[in-house]
Design a protein around this ligand. Structure first.
Ligand code: COA
Length: 325
């Protein structure tokens, strides 16, 4: 039976120039390169310039993804930006990206699911594309997490960084089988009883300030491994594929120990798990497309491969998505 699938036809990413090493951070808080590497796998993170808002990072990643897809900004008809660090409270960062790209009048809005944002945004775009409401969609994860750091809190400020990544998503006709190119299945979750484990202590309708990121790291860690493993299994079930069939796991890049914990729980082959967290730390909604792009550039991920994306973040939210590239 012929079906319309949402295919990922282009991938791009962007990291701001300035690199902040673990040694740099050890000069402002009581930490060390050894501690950070051992507990998280992180070696460095990137930091945006003061005059470089999230939309700049998003726009550059989107341009690169459009070039990769062979598409022009004039063809874009949907922009979904996953971000928890918008340029402004409103308008949506997606509308600013639309202007900066020079895209025509189209659908543009943001999705806020923190570190799970990219998986959520991809599923939203899938709804538009597979139902015929969009023909050239941009799904962007873009974050400047360094803006939310309390630079006196060593338990959080070493973990995060800035960056952006983007997918171009277009309709492709498939046969309704798991061999089809495009999104095959996803699982999305939220547990609002756990908002106090990972949050920012500010906002327009509470404090009137931007606020700083706060986290009960130990507890988030425990939930992450269990929740992500469950979502991976559920997304594979929805897609009609088995976990061992997946060619590449592209996890949210929060922490090497979480990535390994999930892998161990599901018995994943380590060789199939893409990890770039050492290079850019936790870039929240940007981390999945950043990792995907890196693995395409170095020749690991190829067209036709079965990919599994997964993430967990504030909310708590979590989710996974299986697609054939
Ligand atoms: C944050 C995290 C790395 C901390 O590692 P941990 O092994 O759980 O460490 P703990 O929180 O138990 O702290 C152990 C000690 O290290 C200290 N410590 C915390 N951060 C430190 C740092 N950057 N440098 C040095 N010591 C640090 C703590 O103060 C504590 O010291 P104490 O025993 O004297 O009180 C870990 O909990 C984690 O990875 N959590 C998940 C975080 C995450 O990725 N969240 C995002 C999900 S989207």
């Amino acid at each position: 039976m012929s079906v319309i699938r949402s295919a990922v036809t282009g991938v791009g990413s962007y990291l701001p120039e300035q690199i902040v090493t673990n040694d740099d951070l050890s000069k402002i808080v009581d930490t060390s390169d050894e501690w950070i590497i051992e507990r998280t796998g992180i070696r460095q993170r990137h930091k945006a310039r003061d005059d470089q808002p999230t939309s700049d990072l998003a726009t550059e990643a989107a341009r690169r993804a459009l070039v990769d897809a062979g598409r022009d900004p004039s063809e874009v008809d949907l922009i979904v930006v996953a971000t928890t660090t918008p340029d402004m409270t409103f308008p949506a960062t997606a509308s600013i990206v639309q202007r900066k790209l020079g895209a025509p009048t189209c659908i543009a809005f943001d999705v806020q699911a923190v570190c799970s944002g990219f998986v959520y945004a991809l599923s939203v775009a899938d709804g538009f594309v597979a139902r015929g409401h969009a023909k050239c969609a941009l799904v962007i994860g873009a974050e400047e997490m360094t803006r939310l750091m309390d630079w006196t809190d060593r338990t959080t400020c070493v973990l995060f960084g800035d960056g952006a990544g983007a997918f171009v998503v277009e309709p492709r006709e498939g046969q309704g089988t798991t061999a089809d190119q495009g999104v095959l299945g996803f699982a999305l979750r939220s547990d609002g009883t756990k908002t106090d484990l990972l949050y920012v202590d500010g906002g327009p309708s509470s404090t009137g300030t931007v606020g700083h990121l706060r986290m009960a790291g130990n507890q988030v860690f425990r939930h992450a491994v269990v929740n992500i493993a469950e979502a991976i299994t559920a997304a594979c079930d929805k897609a009609g594929v088995s976990v061992p069939e997946v060619d590449w796991f592209v996890p949210h890049q929060a922490n090497q120990r979480i990535i390994k914990g999930v892998g161990d729980r599901l018995g994943l082959d380590e060789e199939k798990v893409i990890s770039t967290v050492s290079m850019h730390a936790n870039t929240s909604a940007a981390s999945i497309p950043l990792a995907m792009d890196a693995a395409i550039q170095d020749g690991r991920i190829k067209r036709g491969d079965l990919i599994l994306l997964e993430a967990m973040g504030g909310g708590l939210t979590w989710g996974a998505c299986a697609f054939r590239f």
